[in-house]
Design a protein around this ligand. Structure first.
Ligand code: ADP
Length: 634
């Protein structure tokens, strides 16, 4: 019979594909097993719809046969098979997917799910074999056909004989060379391993005759030494029901832990297991884990987020990043869906509507599970938060605050009154009747913040303050602006919203009375401050720095410390205000010097400003001058 050429571009494509699309050539087995499973699905479906009696799911099977001597690996199924025309169309043209056509023709009937929407899988057989034979007989026909090809130059189709319906894919495995080992694809142990790895969850049994050894009867007892004999046994290689398709009630914590450790290479048990199945708009099973500790590379560029993605039990992607938002990038796990088309390219998957739907639902699920942990397992949640809280806070801040509503309930901050981490809801629930704002203060550590002069008055009045110690914290709160309609307010802010008319009035009057003194001090400090004034914020300390405007001193530090920050005078600078305590002797002394000893007043002003910088943890411009000025006081 004349050899037919593959259709036009197919030839070039075939070459290209064999050599480049799949980096792991072992996946040919996955592809062929999926095709076999599809073919059985199709026949089973026809049987159901044609009302054919006597066809049971249990009758179906996929069989592997390896003949080492002849170097032949056969993958057989008792599925729908192909007639001559189908052979021609399905295997003669690349990217002509019979599965796709079948699905289109049966669009309305939801119960079918066919893996494989892209006509290239079959050709992966050429990655490991130099001759491929397909012997097939369609269901309900007496004719069988043989399709044969050596690769890119073409194929032949001839009539043949086959006993029962279905398809045998017969691969002549390439000879091994020094660089490449193909023998492994004839090795029973390796084949079992590959089925376990890639096709464990195919819903029909994948069987193979496996050689085993046993103690010969009558030996190994009563002083008779044991003799061994080998025998072959028909074995089912796949478990067919993956753990994530099982009922939660059938599974123990140990089952989950063992699965997690083996699959995601962690020594520790997961901090949380999320096992969910959904039906309706999108049907999928998900099994997710929150690790007990951040993976060693979590905070590095090398860390790759993502979930394993299965289409109807077949692994199609190891780390599908689109399934997880960055703020939940610590989640490990997998998703198995029947609604996904098995496309080879990641680009196409990215635009998949189903995938987006699933990602959206997983996001909600992860959040609700975390909230549950927060409510019912506070200690565990705090441990989780120590590990991954930063990621949540970056999530609030990123994308211009687009996810703040989703994430705000999951945040924790250290509280001045409770002396532990609290939620924003807890804070707001405790707010005093007259309290206008949610107060916060920033610094390197909670101990250091606790000593900040700016916090004195609020603390004395019994207000709770959130202590922010991570760089991203203040940016995160600024992005949120408010929580439950209560605005966030820094303890350094000019307006703390306190209702103390008497005291504030006094300060106002004093400010007015000493206007000239403050102007003099402001002129002395020049651009370094935008104002010098008295404030009611201070109780025992003589001075502090505060800011006017949106940029705080902490934010200034963070921004200037960032890798791309511009050195020198282009640094961002908060509008600093030097605040004085009106009831402190230092202020009395300054007032006394004004108009009598301006030189000394200047020196004191410089000194006080530099002290305020030190309290804030900011560098002083000229430490030597500062030191000299102090020594001059002796
Ligand atoms: P895909 O499976 O992605 O559609 P393939 O290149 O793997 O693409 O296969 C092309 C087509 O050949 C399939 O869609 C199917 O119609 C047909 N086919 C492949 N293997 C078998 C099989 N074992 N039994 C029946 N039909 C098959």
């Amino acid at each position: 019979m004349a050899k037919k050429e593959f259709k036009a571009e197919s030839k070039r494509l075939l070459d290209l594909m064999i050599n480049s699309i799949y980096t792991h050539r072992e996946i040919f087995l996955r592809e062929l097993v999926s095709n076999a499973s599809d073919a059985i699905d199709k026949l089973y479906y026809h049987a159901l719809t044609d009302g054919q009696a006597g066809m049971n799911r249990e009758d179906f099977c996929i069989r592997l046969t390896a003949d080492k001597e002849a170097r032949i690996l056969t993958i057989s199924d008792n599925g729908c098979g192909m007639n001559e025309e189908e052979l021609e169309n399905n295997l003669g043209t690349i990217a002509q997917s019979g599965s796709l056509a079948f699905k289109r023709d049966n669009e309305a009937k939801e119960e079918i799910d066919i893996i494989g929407q892209f006509g290239v899988g079959f050709y992966s057989a050429f990655m490991v074999s130099d001759h491929v034979t397909v012997l097939t007989k369609p269901y309900g026909s007496d004719e069988a056909f043989r399709w044969e090809s050596d690769g890119a130059d073409g194929y032949t189709i001839t009539p043949d004989k086959k006993e029962s319906c279905g398809t045998d894919i017969i691969l002549t495995i390439k000879p091994s060379s020094e660089e490449e080992n193909f023998d492994e694809f004839l090795d029973s142990y390796r084949l079992q391993q590959l089925v376990k790895r890639y096709s464990d969850y195919i819903r029909y049994p994948i069987r193979m005759m496996v050689e085993r050894s046993r103690v010969k009867e009558g030996t190994g007892v009563e002083g008779v030494p044991a003799e061994y004999e080998s025998y072959t046994e028909d074995q089912t290689l796949n478990s067919m029901v993956p753990i994530w398709r099982k009922n939660k009630s059938e599974l123990t914590d140990d089952d989950y832990t063992a699965f997690y450790r083996e699959k995601f290479f962690d020594y520790e048990a997961p901090a949380k297991v999320i096992h969910s199945s959904t039906e309706g708009l999108s049907t999928y099973n998900a099994l997710l884990f929150i690790p007990s500790r951040p993976p060693y590379d979590f905070y590095s560029r090398d860390y790759e987020k993502g979930l394993q993605l299965y289409a109807s039990g077949v692994l199609i992607m190891d780390k599908c990043a689109d399934l997880l938002p960055d703020y939940f990038s610590f989640v490990k796990g997998l998703v198995d869906s029947q609604d996904l088309s098995l496309n080879i390219s990641r680009e196409m998957l990215q635009h998949d509507r189903q995938l987006k739907l699933i990602a959206g639902r997983l996001e909600k699920k992860i959040k609700s599970e975390l909230l549950d942990m927060l409510k019912n397992g506070r200690e565990a949640y705090e441990a989780f938060y120590q590990n991954f809280g930063l990621q949540l806070k970056y999530g609030v801040y990123s994308d211009y605050g687009a996810h703040k509503d989703l994430l705000q309930d999951l945040l924790l901050f250290y509280s001045s009154t409770e002396q532990k981490l609290v939620t924003l809801e807890e804070y707001v629930g405790r707010m005093k009747e007259d309290q206008k704002y949610i107060y916060y203060a920033c610094g390197d550590s909670t101990a250091r913040i606790d000593r900040l002069p700016q916090t004195e008055r609020l603390k004395e009045m019994g207000y709770e303050i959130l202590y922010l110690t991570d760089d991203v914290d203040e940016f995160c709160l600024k992005m949120m602006a408010s929580f439950n309609e209560k605005e966030f307010r820094s303890v350094s802010d000019k307006d703390l919203g306190l209702e103390e008319p008497k005291e504030d009035e006094e300060v106002k009057q004093k400010n007015e009375a000493h206007k000239e003194l403050f102007r003099f001090m402001k002129d002395t400090l020049g651009d370094r401050v935008s104002d010098v004034r008295l404030s009611a914020r201070l109780k025992s300390h003589p001075i502090c720095l505060s800011t006017d405007g949106g940029l705080s001193i902490e934010m200034e530090k963070v921004l200037n410390g960032m890798p791309g920050a511009v050195p020198g005078d282009q640094k961002v600078q908060a509008q600093r205000v030097l605040e004085l305590n009106p009831s402190h002797p230092v202020f009395e002394r300054l007032a006394g010097l004004f108009g009598t000893d301006t030189e000394r007043l200047k020196t004191y002003t410089e000194l006080l400003y530099n002290q305020a910088l030190l309290i804030e943890g900011l560098p002083i411009d000229d430490p030597v001058a500062f030191s000299n000025a102090i020594c001059a006081l002796f």
